[in-house]
Structures are given as structure tokens and as C-alpha cells.
Write a protein that binds this ligand. Structure first.
Ligand code: PGA
Length: 250
């Protein structure tokens, strides 16, 4: 299966800035072989439609950073999967650590969002990861197990394996410049692969597991070569087209 290189733009970029960056990226991608890579960009909601229309080729898929798990209704400020799909976006992130820790989303809500998104036809990158406190207390396995079990408890069946992707993002490595070292990444990804086998069975071997947390052009290749690493979720270093293109070509 192709490796995924995903850009999480968080609360950065107006529609105009989105247009400029994707136009620039499209030009850079003309010189990068992409047979073995799938590229995803998650811009803010207000840039979704611009991202889809600016991206005039099939090289990049566009996704939203969040959703609300209902078809429609009195949910002020929220966005439904149907609205995301109507913009032409096909992916969504769930459970990002900034939503868990700043917006206070719990495992149950992340699970509802993941299941509803998949059932609505969106593909999902579900994010999990431990805080430094949890890691230092020796709770890595338990935290990952709890997050995965609740996220994937009621998956729609059948579900083709390319529609659900897991992103391991240790909270202490996000936006801090501290990348997890190779051993940390291999340990966590191996745990996740084993947990996935228990939860979803054989398709766990085809489920892509991304690493995220201070990925940059200088470390992308090494991380991508590690066991059980099937791609990258990139924040800060994805905001500039040339930096993201270097990560894609890693
Ligand atoms: P970062 O963010 O690359 O800026 O650490 C990654 C993420 O939050 O997805």
C-alpha cells in the first residue's frame, strides 16, 4: 500500500494563502515521482473548497480537520460530514491531540466522530498518542490501548483498509521541535499494530500507521524507513510548499 504524507495546517492559512501554497506545491510535484506516495492536505474549513478547486490534478487529496457526528441539526458552530463532502474533500482527522487537550474532546467523542465519518463516506486519519506524564509513568501501552479501543469500537463493516489510517503522535513531540527517537517510534508503532490485530483482525496488517510530531525535511527519510511506519503527519513543516515537497520526496 502507498505511504501517506499528510499536511495538517491547523489554524493557519486564509483561502487566498491556501490557493498560493497549493499552486506552488502542484508545480513542485511535477518533478517528484509519486507512484508510492499518497498526499493529503488538511486545511481549515474555510479553505476546503479553495483547496479542492486549486488542486487541479489527482496528486493531492483534501481533508477537513474535524467534524461533528450528526447529519444536520442545532449544533452551533459545527460542520457535518455531508458539508465536508460537498466541498469536494474526502478525508477527515479525528482525535488530534490539540482537540483532545485544548478543546477537551474525550475518547468517547473521538470514537463517535470516527465511526460517523466512516459511515458517511469520509476516509479517516484517527490520531492517538500519549503525554510526557503518561509516558514517564510507564502508561504508554494502556493509553494507546484505551484510545484505540474506544476510537474503533464500532467500526462499520465491511471497511476497506485504505479508508482508515492511524496517526501516532506523541503529545510531547508536537510543535516542540522534539522528535521521538527511532526506538520510541518503533516501540509505539509495534504496540499499535498488535492492538489493531486484536481490534480489527487481519486488515490490521494493511492499516497504515503514520508518525507525527516535529517531522521536518531533515528527519523525514529516517522516520519513513522505520518498521511499521507507513507515512507521516506533518504540522509546522507542511506550511511552506518547498519544505513539504522535500518531505514528500524523502
Ligand atoms: P508538528 O505537528 O509537525 O508541528 O509537530 C504535527 C501535528 O500536530 O499533526
Amino acid at each position: 500500500m502507498k505511504k501517506i504524507i499528510a499536511a495538517n495546517w491547523k489554524m493557519f492559512k486564509t483561502a487566498e494563502e491556501t490557493k498560493q501554497t497549493i499552486t506552488e506545491l502542484n508545480k513542485l510535484l511535477e518533478n517528484i515521482p509519486l507512484e508510492k506516495k499518497e498526499i493529503l492536505i488538511f486545511p481549515p474549513f474555510t479553505s476546503l473548497e479553495t483547496a479542492v478547486t486549486t488542486n487541479n490534478n489527482d496528486k493531492i487529496a483534501i481533508g477537513a480537520q474535524d467534524l461533528y457526528p450528526a447529519k444536520e441539526g442545532a449544533f452551533t458552530g459545527e460542520i457535518s460530514p455531508a458539508m465536508i463532502l460537498a466541498c469536494g474533500a474526502t478525508w477527515v482527522l479525528t482525535g488530534h491531540s490539540e482537540r483532545r487537550h485544548i478543546i477537551k474532546e474525550d475518547n468517547a467523542l473521538v470514537g463517535q466522530k470516527t465511526i460517523f465519518a466512516l459511515a458517511s463516506g469520509l476516509n479517516v486519519v484517527a490520531c492517538i498518542g500519549e503525554t510526557l506524564e503518561q509516558r514517564e509513568a510507564g502508561n504508554l501501552y494502556d493509553v494507546l490501548a484505551e484510545q484505540l479501543q474506544q476510537t474503533l469500537a464500532k467500526l462499520p463493516t465491511p471497511l476497506s483498509p485504505e479508508r482508515l489510517v492511524i496517526a501516532y503522535e506523541p503529545v510531547w513531540a508536537i510543535g516542540t521541535g522534539k522528535t521521538a527517537n527511532a526506538e520510541d517510534i518503533i516501540e509505539a508503532h509495534t504496540i499499535i499494530r498488535e492492538l489493531l490485530k486484536n481490534i480489527i483482525g487481519v486488515s490490521a496488517m494493511q492499516t497504515r500507521i503514520l508518525y507525527g510530531g516535529s517531522v521536518k525535511p531533515e528527519n523525514a527519510q529516517e522516520i519513513l524507513s522505520l518498521d511499521n511506519v507507513d507515512g507521516l503527519l506533518v504540522g509546522g513543516a507542511s506550511l511552506k510548499a518547498d519544505s513539504f515537497a522535500k518531505i514528500i520526496s524523502a
